[in-house]
Design a protein around this ligand. Structure first.
Ligand code: GCW
Length: 699
């Protein structure tokens, strides 16, 4: 069967050369075919008006804005403070008379919240601030026809996390090693090209719209590794940042900047960047004042200091609190925050030195500083102690700094999860991390920690690729990130359904139910499939050095980066116990300090992260470690073969351009999975000399 191509981004012109991602025009059909009333004013209300009027023009609905009205609306979107609305049911809700609104509490909706209800045949979205109205409108779009069901429950919606941010690792100038985007797998940057700003507001606006629709409200526009050209964004090139902020502001997105700690020296000509030097303080205060003159709602700075060669306070004998508080002082008068990354470790390690453990580093550096950071400092912590691996324990830093605002950082860009050539739906992993309770069943979750502090951050996975994320299915990670940051308790499968509904619409998709089934079958468990054919049992890495794609079991084993597996003829894994190893397990509070310390209690999937064990060690699963390695690697490849076959059957049911792109990537995923399987299985077969119990072919 043949189907029309999924909607293009600039629906009206049809001329843009990028795909619509979620929210093609048809996603607005239900809303756009009704009488809609919008009440209130403000920049973000104008965005709502713009969205609704375009939808109504397309689908025959009608839009009213402000009195006088002659309307019997199906949908009312109103700011409560804007005054009475001409519909009895909506007005009753506005006055707080709607009965039994679940979770309304004191009725506060906050800066971004909204009340969604249905009364007397009218769907009503009420907000106290324009951003709430925008998010409420996107909720109505998400629900489609269900938004107009009479049994729609009345509910107040507020984000669990106030800060929901994407960090772009985009470079302004193409870097000789990391390129236009460090760890970017989706083409060029949306913001920068070859040393200059792109100034392409149409695509940027579409990006802002996609982000607002899933709940993201902050971005950082440049790489945390700040090179010479990028350093100038703070000063000479500030206008480029202001232009981006201008385009994204109508979608409620605040712009942040990565800055170099050495800025007073490299930009200001001072002899020092010592955080306790008065001249340095004055320089930062003046530079920051100029930023706010240009961008009044500027979010703040992001800093990678004393990490992987970036400058920091250590050069002056100061610590990270001194460094962060310096910038916090400059930002505080303007309401900005400094996001100070905890990704600090010795990247010049000697593999012969067993006492240094990269996993320990963030906690060693930061936990002692708890309570010393200014109020507007957010310490931004990678979710795991090493580096965005497909399996790691949750970072103990997240349990160790109760008096500090913490943000949790995840990686949407698939550096270690197949680089957007492999299908890898990351939401189940993020969800697991967010639900983890570092102090055991009675303690707070990681989502609570993020909610009380600096929120959730993902390294972005988008670029100027027509499908935004290179692999069209990787869009789901971007979407899911925003939704989990809004509500960390959402079910990843349900989020995937939302993304499917908003992306693969009936009318542009043949056999929507087959599409849905296939997407779930391919994506639900795809991260664990990836884990099965790559590094086993939490040991991590084993990727090719530098670009990190494909297998190289010993690629990092004798380097200075601190990511070792210590495989020999007898066993494999890193002893991080207190009893005989690096003592990393002692950075956890109970119960995990005990669970991880114990070889018997440690969860199978993390065994080699915490313990060095013989190949014949028996897992909880009943299999030996070596047999587990063989079995999972054979299974992982079979799963990829099945994914590929499932996708093949969708030919004709989805946009051919999308189908081809995904098919081509699945071919590469299959090739790569076979390569992983064979290298890992052969490596461990040769090391251990133990044959596969099932006699399968190992080279
Ligand atoms: O994962 C590592 C990446 C680096 C990155 C670094 C970081 C931006 O390999 O490319 O640098 O993490 O998070 O700072």
């Amino acid at each position: 069967m043949s189907v029309p191509v999924a909607g293009r981004a600039s629906a009206d012109s049809g001329e843009s050369d990028w795909h619509a991602a979620w929210l093609p025009p048809a996603a607005f059909r239900e809303l756009g075919s009704r009488p809609v009333l919008v009440h209130g004013d403000g920049l973000l209300v104008d965005t709502v008006l713009d969205e609704v009027s375009r939808a109504c023009a397309r689908y025959g609905g009608q839009l009213w804005h402000g009195p006088p009205w002659q309307v019997d609306a199906d949908l009312v979107l109103a700011l409560r403070e804007a005054g009475p609305v001409p519909n009895a049911a909506a007005e009753a809700a506005r006055l707080g008379a709607t009965p039994a609104v679940n979770g309304t509490g004191d009725g506060a909706l906050g800066d971004e919240g909204y009340l969604l209800t249905r009364a007397s045949g009218v769907t009503v979205v009420l907000a106290d601030a324009p951003a709430g109205l925008l998010y409420g409108m996107f909720h109505v779009v998400r629900l489609g026809a269900a938004a107009f069901d009479d049994d729609l429950p009345a509910r107040r919606h507020r984000p669990a996390l106030n800060r929901r941010m994407l960090d772009h690792w985009d470079n302004v100038a193409v870097h000789p090693v990391s390129g236009q985007i460090e760890r970017g797998y989706a083409g060029g940057s949306l913001f920068w090209r070859d040393g200059a700003a792109r100034h392409e507001p149409a695509r940027l606006r579409d990006y802002g719209r996609l982000l607002a629709a899933c709940g993201v409200n902050a971005i950082c526009v440049n790489n945390v590794n700040v090179h010479d050209t990028e350093a100038l964004l703070l000063t000479d090139r500030l206008g480029d940042v202001a232009d981006i902020a201008e385009v994204l502001r109508p979608y409620g997105i605040r712009v942040h900047l990565s800055v170099t700690f050495a800025a007073p020296v490299v930009l200001g000509g001072l002899p020092t960047a010592d955080p306790l030097d008065e001249r340095v303080r004055a320089w930062w205060a003046a530079a920051t004042r100029r930023v706010y003159q240009r961008i009044p709602d500027f979010g703040g700075y992001l800093v990678k200091a004393d990490s992987e060669g970036q400058p920091g306070p250590f050069a002056y004998g100061r610590d990270h609190a001194d460094g962060a508080n310096l910038l916090a002082g400059a930002l505080a008068p303007h309401g900005g925050v400094v996001r100070w990354r905890a990704f600090v470790y010795d990247h010049r390690q000697d593999w012969r030195d067993r006492s240094t453990d990269r996993a320990r580093a963030a906690h060693d550096h930061f936990a002692p500083l708890d309570g010393q950071f200014a109020d507007n400092v957010i310490v931004q912590v990678k979710f795991g102690p090493i580096d965005f691996q497909p399996r790691e324990p949750v970072s103990p830093v997240l349990a160790a700094m109760p008096s500090t605002r913490l943000a949790v950082e995840v990686q949407a860009t698939q550096e270690y999860t197949g680089q957007q050539r492999h299908v890898c739906y990351l939401a189940p992993w993020w969800s697991e991390v967010l639900r983890f309770r570092p102090r055991g069943a009675a303690g707070r979750t990681i989502a609570d920690v993020a909610g009380a502090g600096g929120g959730l951050v993902a390294v972005a996975n988008v670029g100027d690729d027509p499908f935004w994320t290179g692999h069209p299915l990787a869009q789901a990670n971007l979407y899911a990130f925003g939704r989990l940051a809004w509500d960390p308790l959402l079910d990843p499968g349900a989020i995937l359904d939302e993304w499917i509904d908003l992306t693969w619409l009936p009318g542009t998709t043949g056999d929507p139910e087959a599409v849905r089934r296939t997407m779930h079958a391919i994506m639900d468990d795809s991260l664990r499939t990836y884990e099965r054919y790559t590094a086993p049992l939490g040991v991590g890495f084993m990727v090719r050095p530098g670009h990190h794609y494909g297998p190289d079991v010993d690629g990092y084993e004798y380097t200075q980066w601190g990511t070792y597996h210590f495989a020999d003829r007898d066993g494999v894994g890193v002893d991080r116990t207190r009893a005989t190893g690096t003592g990393f397990t002692g950075q956890y509070p109970p119960p995990w300090s005990e669970v991880y310390e114990s070889r018997e209690r440690c969860p199978d999937e993390l065994l080699l992260f915490f313990h060095h064990v013989p190949y014949r060690h028996v897992l909880h699963s009943g299999r030996t470690v070596i047999q587990h390695i063989y079995d999972t690697h054979f299974a992982g490849v079979e799963e990829v073969a099945a994914m590929r076959e499932r996708w093949r059957l969708l030919a004709g049911a989805v946009d051919p351009a999308v189908h081809d792109r995904v098919a081509e990537r699945l071919d590469e995923q299959f090739r790569s999975a076979v390569e992983w399987r064979d290298q890992i299985n052969t490596y461990f077969f040769r090391k251990s000399g133990i044959p596969d119990a099932h006699g399968r072919r190992i080279h």
